[in-house]
Ligand binder design. Structure first.
Ligand code: ZN
Length: 370
């Protein structure tokens, strides 16, 4: 039996639970003894699969679970030099729905179908929602998304095109989250939360394995646009697996880039806090994908960043716009949230020692915000 454990109090839950978080409010993650059993080793890679399913042996799914796959993962890695700043770009924007979210969603959707789930929901009007809508469509699962009433634009049209049902919730972003959580508690459908579900992190950890396979030398620094921080945290778990397996000697520095308008993790690191306090409010930013006031996994995130010798940096909307244009002039068209990572890297270059080589995942396609 595969089990989750609460990241705060350590209570154990079976994987099949319909609880979306622990009774104490803490988010779940894969129990340590499962992690040990599914440990990465270079021999466990299946080179016949050109998707993240080449790491199937490390994913916490029972052996009879058929993957729900649209061809996600194993994205190209290319060397880039933009206005004097060199780095490796991982083209996550080439994922089936145009964002990195597909890594986590593919693993979660595979589990949901094996569980016989007929209806799933989440709260998002962005890349996570588009990803869930697409994978549910492929798996034959009905999908509902709670979105803020003010949401609009290309992403919403993408979500609707996949046939998901939209429920518009008045008020701030958090009101849509509360509506989704209440629906989960009423038992209406399965809460496939991209922020809370532990299988999301398990899918995202495959980024680290791919970098180990694709880079000529182990990554020194990895820079993430960070809101909920699931990509950073998932990758951190993957890098830890690689270190345990002796495949890398040190963990890369993990850098969280936030928008100045909404930078709770940046503030928490700067002030030496171990969690993000409740009183933060979200300012405006064009990097809508990382406009998250209170990431549920903030304590784990802050620990991961500190442990790897990483840091956080906050960038302005002008810096994001300039970064987006500079990337596009090199043939890389990404959405503003993705460009924020490059903006943060440029800002750090002047005053911080970063270990080489530097890798930046280009998380979302520019066509999502043209
Ligand atoms: Zn707990």
């Amino acid at each position: 039996m595969i089990e989750w454990t609460c990241s705060r109090c350590g209570r154990i839950y079976p994987m099949q639970t319909r609880a979306w978080r622990c009774r104490c409010g803490g988010p779940f993650h894969l129990a340590d003894r499962e992690r040990e059993r599914l440990r990465f080793s270079p021999e466990c890679v299946d080179p016949s699969q050109n998707t993240l399913w080449r790491y199937r042996a490390t994913l916490p799914l029972l052996s009879d679970v058929e993957p729900v796959s649209l061809g996600e993962g194993f994205t190209p890695l290319i060397p880039v030099e933009v206005e004097g700043a060199s780095f490796w770009a991982k083209l996550e924007c080439l994922a089936p729905t145009g964002s990195f979210k597909d890594r986590g969603t593919a693993v979660l959707a595979s589990f949901l179908r094996s569980l016989g789930v007929e209806e799933a929901h989440d709260d998002s009007s962005g890349n996570a929602a588009a990803s869930l809508a697409a994978y549910c469509a492929y798996a034959g699962i009905r999908c509902t998304l709670y979105v803020p009433a003010y949401a609009s634009g290309a992403k919403l049209r993408q979500i609707e095109a996949y046939g998901a049902r939209l429920i518009r919730v008045e008020g701030p972003r958090e009101a849509a989250a509360r509506a989704a959580q209440e629906a989960a508690e009423r038992g209406e459908s399965y809460y496939a939360s991209h922020a809370y579900h532990p299988l999301i992190l398990e899918g995202l950890k495959t980024l680290a394995y791919e970098l180990w396979e694709q880079l000529p030398s182990p990554p020194g620094t990895v820079v993430f646009p960070t809101g909920h921080g699931t990509f950073l945290l998932g990758a951190y778990r993957g890098f830890r697996d690689l270190k345990q397996a002796g495949a890398i000697e040190t963990l890369p520095q993990l850098i969280a880039v936030q928008a100045e308008g909404c930078a709770p993790l940046y503030e928490a690191l700067r002030r030496g806090w171990e969690d993000v306090p409740g009183e933060f409010s979200a300012g405006e930013t064009i990097a809508e994908g990382i406009r998250i006031v209170r990431p549920p996994r903030a304590p784990e995130l802050l620990r991961a960043i500190r442990e790897t010798g990483g840091t956080a940096v906050a960038v302005t909307d002008d810096e994001i716009r300039e970064a987006r244009q500079a990337l596009a002039r090199k043939g890389l068209f990404v959405e503003p949230t993705s460009a924020a990572a490059f903006a943060g890297y440029r800002k750090l270059l002047n005053n911080t020692e970063l270990r080489e080589p530097v890798m930046i995942p280009l998380t979302g396609h520019g066509l999502k915000a043209p």
